[in-house]
Design a protein around this ligand. Structure first.
Ligand code: ATP
Ligand code: MG
Length: 332
């Protein structure tokens, strides 16, 4: 059994990315059901929107150090950079020729991000992003793809692309299963709890990054938008802000939401926020201590070299098979 997933180096990794994605990678890694694990840095996805060249380089390395700091184990998984495996873009092209503009333009992420980038221009890459994502997954015959809820629509499309290709050209790809953790599938923005927390949000108060200064992170939690009925109870429809903070604390502490609710009966929002702020601060302190050990260590390059070698080995075999199926080039 193999799982694969990736994160874009589009900014500093948020608590949403940690709880919705990285923490699940680590749990799946440690539960032992997967004998092959691939986790990558999705730098090709990052350039679908404008990026500063130096920042992008920094973010790529920083994301690898964070993967390790959050508990990914170099002896149990292969970590690599997407752009260091050429077959991702090669397969993406072939799959694009088997994907329709209509289905791509219906994707929620495309609609949201193209809206946001009206002024600087909407790249074609933003439209074809889900096809590159399909290539990322299908190249490796991954069985499972752990993601946050926002990516499930793209995963459905990956499944459709795989099934369509298999029926047109004969059995080629494993049809993957998306896996979300239902309690942390969508961590919300701290300034607008009806919106997803995103690392590329223009308002830094809306997210907590794993590398935020501890006091600033605590302040962000304390000023998180809630409501005025003074009840600490999970009710996403009517109390999205409080519900979001409950989800965050419950996931980090690995305690049920009911248990936390019980300990805050007859307490006020300030006390509750103080508690959540401390839970988040403890997590960030632990991660940052490890991050500082990794970020300047040569181990990062060793891990990435090994990861690129392994990923290229698997990907090359697959892309040759795909080209044969389609009739491209000379038979290999
Ligand atoms: P961007 O704003 O640049 O798209 P992002 O925060 O959405 O950044 P991605 O790199 O697009 O991060 O996504 C990485 C992983 O994190 C994906 O599996 C995605 O579903 C998950 N994820 C992103 N935001 C959240 C969130 N708020 N809650 C839970 N999971 C999330
Ligand atoms: Mg995203």
């Amino acid at each position: 059994m193999r799982f694969i997933s990736g994160i874009q180096p589009t900014g500093n990794i948020t608590l949403g990315n940690y709880l919705g994605a990285i923490k699940n990678f680590v749990n799946l890694q440690n539960e032992g059901t997967f004998d092959d694990i691939l986790v990558f840095v999705a730098d090709l996805h990052a350039i679908t929107v404008p990026q500063d060249k130096l920042k992008l380089r920094q973010n790529i390395r920083s994301l690898v150090a964070l993967y390790l700091a959050c508990g990914l184990d170099k002896d149990k998984c292969h970590i690599f950079i997407q752009s260091e495996v050429r077959a991702h873009t090669e397969l993406a092209w072939i799959l694009e020729c088997n994907t329709y503009i209509g289905e791509l333009s219906r994707m929620t992420q495309f609609k949201d991000k193209s809206q946001k980038h009206q002024t600087d221009g909407v790249s074609t890459g933003l439209l074809t992003y889900p096809v590159l994502m399909a290539a990322d997954i299908l190249l490796y015959d991954a069985n499972v793809v752990p993601v946050g809820k926002d990516q499930m629509q793209h995963l459905e499309m990956t499944r459709n692309i795989a099934e369509r290709f298999n029926s047109k050209y004969g059995e080629t790809f494993v049809v993957p299963e998306g896996r979300v953790n239902k309690n942390t599938a969508k961590i919300m923005s701290l300034v607008d709890p009806t919106k997803k927390m995103s690392k590329s949000d223009e308002n830094p108060k809306s997210f907590i990054t794993l590398l935020d200064d501890i006091n600033i992170a605590k302040k962000k939690i304390k000023s998180a938008v809630t409501d005025s009925d003074m009840l600490i109870k999970y009710d996403f429809e009517n109390k999205p802000g409080i519900s979001n903070l409950l989800s965050i604390a419950s996931a980090i502490e690995e305690k049920s939401i009911e248990e936390i609710e019980k300990s805050f009966i007859n307490k006020n929002y300030a006390e509750f926020k103080e508690y959540v702020a401390n839970v988040v601060a403890d997590l960030l302190t632990k991660i940052q201590t490890k991050y500082n050990e990794y970020i300047n260590s040569p181990i990062i390059d060793e891990i990435l070299d090994e990861g690129a070698n392994y990923a290229n080995y698997l990907a090359d075999k697959k892309i040759n098979k795909v080209k044969n199926k389609v009739g491209l080039g000379r038979k290999k």
